[in-house]
Design a protein around this ligand. Structure first.
Ligand SMILES: [Zn+2]
Ligand SMILES: [Zn+2]
Length: 93
């Protein structure tokens, strides 16, 4: 079996951390988490420890998700097309 190396869409080293948790607004113990949506791609979110632990997420409209995915593409320095490609490649594994 050939294991392909897929560029890590979940890398957050270039993602700017928000000042508050995007779910509950807490200013403490913040992390950058990535969320993968099957249709749109991967995006990053600033969440506090508690929201991360309980996998809580803010409610986002498809437009917000699309915007967040595009921003995360920018953080990864890839195009939206490339992300699409990587998502599809990931599914074939
Ligand atoms: Zn929170
Ligand atoms: Zn990002």
């Amino acid at each position: 079996m050939i294991v392909k190396t897929v560029a890590d869409l979940h890398a957050v080293s270039n993602c700017p951390m928000g000042e508050t948790c995007e779910n509950c607004g807490s200013e403490f113990e913040l992390n950058i988490e990535t969320v993968e949506t099957k249709v749109m791609g991967v995006f990053c979110l600033t969440l506090c420890d508690e929201c991360t632990e309980f996998e809580r997420m803010p409610k986002m409209t498809p437009v917000m998700v699309t915007h967040a995915v595009l921003q995360h593409c920018g953080h990864l320095e890839i195009t939206a097309d490339r992300m699409d490609q990587l998502m599809t490649e990931g599914e074939k594994q």
